[in-house]
Ligand binder design. Structure first.
Ligand code: CA
Length: 225
């Protein structure tokens, strides 16, 4: 995850760079608005932290230019101005969140993670997953093969979606148990085998082409072979 920090105060910039790097982010720094716009529009970042008062180009103008170029990247505003107007202005220009200085690093980190989760959810969850003639509508909880609706229970649908999101990847029974049942089935991954067997009876048995493949002793993979 790459974060762009646009901040002119050396101390705050250094503090942000150190803290974010320690938390596993790659950090690019810009010390004025112009450099900030340049970096934001030439390098891919996952999130931008933007100070309001900046030399050369202020935070409002930077945000406006960034939004013309990229409507989706999460932007977190930083400001010393504890004013409702500043906050409203930032949000109306398209900032996603707002933090007033001085702020705690833990709070900043929590906001960053929440913004990234929101934006990643859009990226990683295309509404329709397709493998061969299988189509899964994640939002409508509907799966079809060859345009025939599959009558799945909620758990079967969750299992199928998990396999489909990782198509071509081997998923262990343990991982499947954790993800689908939100539990740890250390000793009894038999639950997974039973669920997969039921899913297969609906997904694969009526069709010539089989999509779920067993990797003996390890787990399962959904793949168009
Ligand atoms: Ca500043």
């Amino acid at each position: 995850m790459r974060i762009l920090v646009i901040e002119d105060e050396p101390k705050t910039a250094a503090f942000l760079q150190k803290g974010l790097t320690e938390n596993g982010f790659i950090v690019n720094l810009a010390h004025n608005g112009q450099d900030g716009v340049h970096l934001a529009t030439t390098i891919h970042h996952d999130l931008i932290i933007l100070d309001v008062t900046l030399p050369k180009l202020d935070g409002w103008s930077v945000l406006t230019e960034i939004r013309q170029h990229n409507k989706k990247i999460p932007v977190l505003f930083l400001s010393a101005r504890d004013e409702i107007q500043a906050r409203v202005k930032g949000l109306s220009l398209g900032a996603d969140d707002y933090l007033i200085k001085p702020f705690s690093f833990l709070e900043l980190l929590a906001r960053i993670h929440s913004l990234l989760r929101r934006s990643q959810a859009h990226v990683q969850e295309p509404p329709i997953l397709r493998i061969a003639d299988l189509e899964i509508d994640v939002h409508k909880h509907k799966a079809t093969r060859n345009s025939q609706r599959l009558d799945l229970t909620p758990k079967e649908f969750a299992l199928l979606s998990l396999l489909a999101r990782h198509q071509g990847q081997l998923l262990s029974r343990t991982l499947i148990a954790e993800q689908v049942w939100d539990m740890n089935f250390d000793s009894d991954t038999n639950v997974v085998d039973v669920a997969v067997r039921r899913l297969r009876s609906k997904l694969d048995d009526p069709f010539a082409k089989k999509l779920i493949h067993t990797i003996r002793g390890v787990g399962y993979v959904l793949e168009d072979r």
